[in-house]
Design a protein around this ligand. Structure first.
Ligand SMILES: Cc1ncc(COP(=O)(O)O)c(C=O)c1O
Length: 503
């Protein structure tokens, strides 16, 4: 594939100009001014579009998809090794889901949930409550992850209003986190580059932050894991005390941190410790499993395997819920929250027009049925283990070209992150000419037929350092596909390195 003809490198065409420069190698949605300024610039063929795209380049157009393969408009077939953004958990074109959507369109396409409920929404809610390991009693549906976290913020507040604790107005989340792109969720989370443009609009009165739980970067060299957890627990308790413990609504965390730092699990005992602080002061313990949940980590909920088995009071799920067949997210409520609202107001005072959309719920129900019927969580664990071991072997074994620069390979289930580091003495051996390694690898992998996600800024609190890539293939990925993904990824990494060696 010639670079200039490759759809990745088409760029927005100004009306009077057929050609334009494009900045290669940026991550969708994670661009920062600095990286934009420093990225490599290539002159390429433009293609008209009326969409204001969210990438500095004009993305290629996908024409069709089947399983983990996506065929582009020009006929190129690529492997989507990241399921969009950890969304397409059973790939494209599953016949069971297609049929369920068709049946639902024939039957009922839309009702407004302020007037009427609908059968697929009721069934999906029942499924989520029944499969929740006794953690949940009620749920509500929205249209995606940001909406789910927005609903979490509002439901948590409603809970304390209904239960006569209106003084509670503060949320504590973590640095290097992401909870969505609305203003409230950007305020709640702390993703430096995604917040940058909107800083003046963010709420710093009600939303507060404590340290991330990221041992490989932030655990001190003279600290045991237990001591590190205790330090983080103490920091949370100190923050409660600083704000006034009876003013705190809840502590909010991604069970496994996604895009910001790249599939980072908390140390053992961390969630138990954080929950103990919430319990001590009567606040809610809230988990964002928009990316990590619904099977991605090999258990239906990530907290079952990666959160000390500690169930939250409120939980958001989204991506793997609908698997990309429809826009859907959900908030799952524990008995405590359910009773607090149901037994007082009796209803949720928050909502949107497309909440509990019948088509989205029918699609989602079918996706969940496929995951159960095809025993896909078993596959997630087996293939995930294999994917992790191949990544370690090919990137970290002593004779691997990338070993000196591979800071960490981590993850679980069908979700893996690789963090690279060029800050040490080895980093002097390479020069990316102002580009960012993860982004250049992402672009190179795409040219070779593989979609991955590259990110920057996850290795320090300011969001100015770090390169990581993320893999989150469909739960039904095969052994051969795993091997192909790793082959192309490692080839891309090695090619970029070889082209960048200066010594
Ligand atoms: C942990 C987490 N929360 C919330 C969101 C926002 O979800 P959405 O993009 O569907 O609005 C994301 C998206 O990546 C996420 O990873």
């Amino acid at each position: 594939m010639r670079l200039s003809h490759h759809p990745t490198f088409y760029h927005l065409k100004p009306p009077d100009h057929p050609y334009r420069t494009q900045r290669a190698g940026m991550a969708p949605g994670l661009t920062s001014e600095t990286s934009l300024q420093t990225a490599a610039v290539k002159t390429v063929m433009a293609k008209p579009t009326s969409i204001l795209h969210r990438t500095p380049w004009q993305p290629a157009i996908a024409a069709s998809g089947q399983g983990i393969y996506v065929t582009l408009e020009d006929g190129t077939r690529v492997i989507d090794a990241v399921g969009g953004a950890a969304v397409a958990c059973i790939g494209n074109g599953h016949p069971v889901v297609k049929q369920a959507i068709k049946d639902q369109v024939d039957n009922l396409s839309y009702v407004y949930n302020f007037q009427l409920s609908n059968d697929p929404a009721e069934k999906l809610a029942e499924f989520l409550v029944k499969t929740g390991n006794n953690a949940f009693e009620l749920c509500t549906f929205v249209s995606g992850g940001s909406e789910a976290m927005e609903a979490v913020i509002k439901l948590a507040k409603q809970y304390f209003v209904e239960t006569n604790e209106p003084k509670r107005t503060n949320y504590i989340a973590r640095q290097l986190s992401f909870h969505g792109n609305t203003l409230a969720t950007l305020s709640l989370a702390y993703h430096p580059t995604r917040r940058a443009v909107y800083l003046d609009l963010l709420n710093t009165t009600n939303f507060h932050h404590v340290s991330p739980a990221y041992a490989k970067r932030f655990q001190k060299s003279d600290e045991t894991e237990e001591q590190y957890v205790e330090r983080l627990r103490q920091e949370l308790e100190d923050k409660f005390i600083e704000l006034g413990p009876d003013t705190v609504i809840g502590f909010v965390a991604e069970t496994v941190v996604g895009a910001t730092t790249g599939v980072v699990s908390a140390p053992k005992g961390y969630f138990k410790a954080m929950k103990s602080v919430c319990d001590k002061y009567g606040a809610l313990f809230i988990l964002d499993e928009v990316m990590s949940g619904m099977g991605r980590m090999g258990t239906l909920h990530a907290w079952e395997s990666h959160g000390d088995g500690i169930a939250p009071d409120l939980q958001a799920v989204a991506k793997g819920l609908g698997g990309g067949y429809a826009s859907i997210g959900a908030v799952l409520m524990s008995k405590r929250v359910a009773e607090g609202i149901r037994d007082t107001a009796g209803f949720m005072k928050h909502g949107h027009t497309y909440q509990a959309h019948p088509l989205a719920c029918a699609a989602s129900l079918a996706v969940q049925k496929v995951i159960v019927d095809e025993k896909l969580l078993e596959n997630v664990n087996v293939r995930g283990e294999y994917l992790g071991s191949l990544l370690r072997e090919r990137l970290q074994s002593p004779n691997a070209l990338a070993a000196p620069f591979t800071f960490d390979v981590r993850g679980g289930g069908a979700w893996w992150g690789v963090e690279f580091d060029f800050d040490g003495p080895e980093g002097k051996r390479v020069d990316f000419k102002g580009g960012q390694f993860a982004m250049i690898v992402q672009a190179r992998a795409f040219e070779k037929g593989l979609i991955i996600m590259g990110f920057t800024g996850g290795s320090n609190l300011e969001g100015t350092k770090g390169n990581h890539i993320m893999l989150s293939p469909a739960y039904n990925v095969t052994k051969e596909e795993v091997e192909k993904i790793v082959d192309i990824l490692v080839d891309s990494v090695e090619e970029v390195l070889k082209n960048s060696f200066v010594v």
